[in-house]
Design a protein around this ligand. Structure first.
Ligand SMILES: Nc1ncnc2c1ncn2[C@@H]1O[C@H](COP(=O)(O)OP(=O)(O)OP(=O)(O)O)[C@@H](O)[C@H]1O
Length: 294
C-alpha cells in the first residue's frame, strides 16, 4: 500500500509529558482523512510533525516517502493550513498570491486567480480586512495553488458559520476531485467530517485509539443492547470500545471481525459520530488496549 503518512512508534514530548506517543499509522494515498479527538489529545502535535515543523522525540515518520521538510522538493509536495488559517494582515489578497508564486516552485497562478475570482474576493483587499471565512478561503487557495500531493488542514473551519463551512468543504472536495490530492483534516465537527472523510484517525489522551477507512470501521463496529452483562463475559473476538449499564440493561459498542450470533443481543449499526464518541468515552471496564485498525 502506498502510504502518504507512515509513522512507527512516533512520539513527541514537552518536558516530561507526552503530547503524542506510540503512534503507528499508515495513511493510504488518495484519502480525505478526518483527524479527531478531544482538546489536547495530540492532533496538532501530529500534524506539526507531518509537516516538519516539530521534531519527534521518539519513533519515525515518513511523508510521501521522505523525511518531513527535508528539502525544497519535499516541502513543495506538502501544503499546510495551520490552525488559525494564518495570513498576513497588512498584505492584500493579490500580495498573498504573489508571495505564493515566489515561494512555491509548482505554483499554479491560474488556479489561484480563478479561485479568488470565483470566491468574489477583492484582490486589492488587505487580509486583515477579510472576514474569518474569507481568510480561511484565502489560506485554502494558497494551500491548493501550491499543487501539493498532500494537503494538511488543522481545524480550518472552526471559525466559520455553517454556510461558510459548507462552502469551504465543497470547494475543498472540488479541489480533491480535480487535482487528486490526499488531505488530512482535523476538526471537532463530526457532521462536517461525516460529509467529506473516507478515512478516520481518532486520537485520545496522546494515543491513536483507532484508524482506518470509514467503511471498514463502520462494518466492524456494532452496538449491542441486552440484559445486563459484564464486559468481561463477552467473547474474546468482541473488543469492547464503550460500555454503559442500567440496573437491568447493558449497551456496548464493540469491534468485531465476525457476525454476532448471541440471541440475547439486539445488534445495531454504529454511525461515525457514535463510533468516535465511543472511543472518546473513558472506559468503565478494564479491557486490553485496542490495536489500531488498518
Ligand atoms: N508548545 C507546547 N508546550 C508545552 N505543551 C504543549 C505545547 N503544545 C502542545 N502542548 C501540549 O501537548 C498536548 C497536545 O496538544 P495538541 O495541541 O497537539 O492537542 P490538540 O489535539 O490539537 O488539541 P485541540 O483540539 O485543543 O487543538 C496538550 O496537553 C498540550 O497542552
Amino acid at each position: 500500500m502506498t502510504a502518504v503518512v507512515r509513522t512507527e512508534g512516533l512520539g513527541r514530548k514537552y518536558g516530561r509529558r507526552w503530547a503524542l506517543r506510540d503512534c503507528d499509522l499508515a495513511i493510504p494515498a488518495g484519502r480525505v482523512v478526518g483527524l479527531v479527538g478531544p482538546n489536547g489529545a495530540g492532533k496538532t502535535t501530529l500534524l506539526n510533525m507531518v509537516v516538519g515543523q516539530l521534531a519527534p522525540s521518539a519513533g519515525t515518520i515518513e511523508v510521501l516517502g521522505g523525511r518531513p521538510a527535508s528539502g525544497p522538493a519535499q516541502l513543495a509536495k506538502v501544503g499546510f493550513v495551520a490552525q488559525d488559517t494564518p495570513t498576513y494582515a497588512s498584505l492584500t489578497v493579490a500580495d498573498h498570491l504573489r508571495l505564493g508564486a515566489r515561494l512555491n516552485p509548482g505554483w499554479d497562478a491560474a488556479l489561484a486567480r480563478d479561485r479568488i475570482e470565483r470566491l468574489g474576493l477583492d484582490p486589492a483587499r488587505r487580509a486583515g480586512r477579510l472576514s474569518g471565512g474569507q481568510r480561511a478561503q484565502l489560506a485554502l487557495t494558497l494551500g491548493i495553488a501550491k499543487r501539493p500531493e498532500l494537503l494538511i488542514l488543522d481545524e480550518p473551519v472552526a471559525a466559520l458559520d455553517p454556510l461558510a463551512r459548507r462552502e469551504f468543504l465543497a470547494s475543498l472536495m472540488e479541489a480533491v476531485a480535480e487535482h487528486s490530492i490526499s488531505v488530512v483534516l482535523s476538526s471537532h465537527l463530526m457532521s462536517d467530517l461525516e460529509r467529506v472523510c473516507d478515512h478516520l484517525v481518532v486520537v485520545v489522551d496522546s494515543r491513536v485509539r483507532v484508524a482506518g477507512d470509514v467503511d471498514d470501521l463502520l462494518t466492524a463496529h456494532h452496538r449491542l443492547t441486552g440484559p445486563r452483562r459484564d464486559a468481561a463475559r463477552l467473547p474474546s473476538g468482541q473488543h469492547v470500545v464503550s460500555a454503559s449499564h442500567t440496573d437491568r440493561q447493558s449497551t456496548f459498542v464493540v469491534r468485531t471481525d465476525g457476525p454476532i450470533h448471541d440471541p440475547a443481543w439486539t445488534v445495531g449499526e454504529v454511525g461515525l459520530e457514535d463510533l468516535v464518541l465511543a472511543y472518546m468515552t473513558p472506559k468503565t471496564e478494564d479491557r486490553p488496549a485496542l490495536e489500531a485498525l488498518r
